[in-house]
Design a protein around this ligand. Structure first.
Ligand code: IPE
Ligand code: IPE
Ligand code: MG
Length: 246
């Protein structure tokens, strides 16, 4: 049986998040510039979006650029921003044909105007689609998100819109960039690195983690199947005992 056929279609993770890592090393292994790796990484992005829709994943969240990535050489940052605009344009027909709604999380105001405009129009064009929510984490850092969340809540406290003892987990969730999304079920990181790098700290509290050694530009549908199959073999206990689950 192929990997795809082994997948239990009634146990598909609702929210899959991916730290797409290894573009630079992939390029280096070919004796090419890092930007070449990023360009080839966009093919994997397309594959993963198409495969996720087919599998019935409701929410796919991709870590595309972190708040820390601004520290990279200007040349690479510029190449990434240009690539973002270019791939948004070329992927828009896919979003329309697969009914994918585009969403973004992060400090969007720090993006170049051109990228911001392109993103805003793609979000507007796809806002009524419901097949899958594709969230791009751009200039995203979980700590920045939490700072933003606490500032918003503090403002409400100051204006007597909420009293401090009524701040619950639900209230915090409702102020995150991900307010309209369920928690992450499966978090995948490629390239063999086993760290979180400031991604969705609140939302992965009970996510299953899957680390793939594959560099992002080499990541295929088969690799996604492998991650999902691995996820389906796990017992998610959420603090309970195994016996309580049955
Ligand atoms: C991931 O690949 C893409 C971004 C962070 C934008 P990297 O560029 O981090 O690739 P490596 O980790 O250097 O190989
Ligand atoms: C995390 O990858 C950010 C993205 C994939 C966009 P990095 O390559 O920037 O992470 P570190 O620096 O190795 O932790
Ligand atoms: Mg990296």
């Amino acid at each position: 049986m192929s990997l795809k056929e082994q997948i239990n279609t009634s146990k598909i993770p609702q929210h899959v998040a991916i730290i797409m890592d290894g573009n630079g090393r992939w390029a280096k292994s070919q004796g090419m510039m890092r930007a070449f790796g990023h360009e080839n990484g966009t093919k994997s992005v397309k594959t993963v979006i198409e495969t996720s829709v087919k599998l019935g994943i409701g929410y796919l969240t991709l870590y595309a650029f972190s708040t820390e990535n601004w520290k990279r050489p200007k040349l690479e940052v510029n190449a990434l921003m240009r690539l973002l605009v270019k791939s948004l344009r070329s992927e828009l027909p896919l979003f329309h044909s697969k009914k994918v709604r585009l969403n973004i999380i992060g400090d969007i105001n720090s993006l170049p105007d051109k990228a911001k405009r392109e993103l805003e129009s793609a979000i507007e064009e796809t806002k009524d689609y419901n097949e899958m929510v594709l969230t791009l984490a751009l200039s995203y850092g979980a700590r920045e998100e939490l700072v933003n969340t606490f500032q918003e809540i503090a403002d409400k406290v100051k204006n007597n819109l909420i009293s401090p003892h009524l701040i619950t987990e639900q209230v915090i969730k409702e102020h995150l960039y991900t307010k309209s999304m369920p928690d992450v079920d499966l978090l995948i990181r490629t390239s063999g690195e086993q760290r979180i790098s400031n991604f969705l700290l609140w939302q992965i509290a009970y996510a299953e983690l899957f680390f793939s050694p594959v560099l992002w530009p080499d990541f295929t549908a088969e690799h996604l199947y492998e991650a999902i199959l691995n996820y389906q073999q796990r017992e998610r206990r959420f603090g309970k005992t195994s016996e309580q689950l049955t």
